[in-house]
Design a protein around this ligand. Structure first.
Ligand code: RTP
Ligand code: MG
Length: 138
C-alpha cells in the first residue's frame, strides 16, 4: 500500500482546523500510519524545503513553516500520493476546487493549510525526515 507524507501547516493548526482536517482524511479512506505535533526551527524548515532553496519564496515559506506548530503525518492508501494531493487541491486556495482542503481551510498561496509529497522519492525522504521506522504503525 502506498504511503505519503502530509502536514497540517501552522495557519491551519492556529485556526483550529486540525480536527476537521483529520476527520476528512479518515472519511476519504486514508489510514493514519504515524502522527505528531511539532514546532520546527527555521533550520529544520529549511532542511525540509531544501528542494525550494533557490526559489524567491524560500525565506517566506520557511519562516512561515517555523512560525507555529504543525501536525506531521504519514498517510496510507492505494495511490496515496496522488489521492492526497487531489484532496488538498491546487497550491493556491483561490484556484482550488470546491470540496478540497485548501479551498475550505487555506487563506492564500503562502497560508494554504496543508502539504503533501509530490512523488514516491520525495515521500520516502520526507517521511524519514520526521519519523523513524519504529514510529510507523501499519
Ligand atoms: P506543498 O509542497 O506545500 O505541498 O505545496 P505544493 O507542492 O502544492 O507547492 P510547491 O511548489 O511545492 O511549493 C511549496 C509551498 O511554497 C509556497 N509557494 N509559494 N509565492 C509563490 O509563488 C509560491 N509558490 C509556492 C506554497 O505555500 C506551497 O505550498
Ligand atoms: Mg510541493
Amino acid at each position: 500500500m502506498e504511503r505519503t507524507f502530509a502536514i497540517v501547516k501552522p495557519d491551519a493548526t492556529a485556526a483550529g482546523f486540525t480536527g476537521r482536517i483529520l476527520a476528512r482524511i479518515e472519511q476519504e479512506g486514508f489510514k493514519i500510519v504515524a502522527i505528531k505535533k511539532i514546532f520546527m526551527s527555521k533550520k529544520q524548515a529549511e532542511g525540509f524545503y531544501a528542494v525550494h532553496s533557490a526559489r524567491p519564496f524560500f525565506n517566506d515559506l520557511t519562516s512561515f513553516m517555523s512560525s507555529g506548530p504543525c501536525v506531521v503525518m504519514v498517510l496510507e492508501k492505494d495511490g496515496a500520493i496522488k489521492e492526497w494531493r487531489n484532496l488538498m487541491g491546487a497550491t493556491n486556495p483561490a484556484e482550488a476546487a470546491e470540496g478540497t482542503l485548501r479551498k475550505e481551510f487555506g487563506k492564500n498561496i503562502d497560508n494554504n493549510a496543508t502539504h503533501g509529497s509530490d512523488a514516491p522519492e520525495t515521500a520516502a525522504t520526507e517521511i524519514a525526515y520526521f519519523f523513524s521506522a519504529l514510529e510507523l504503525v501499519g
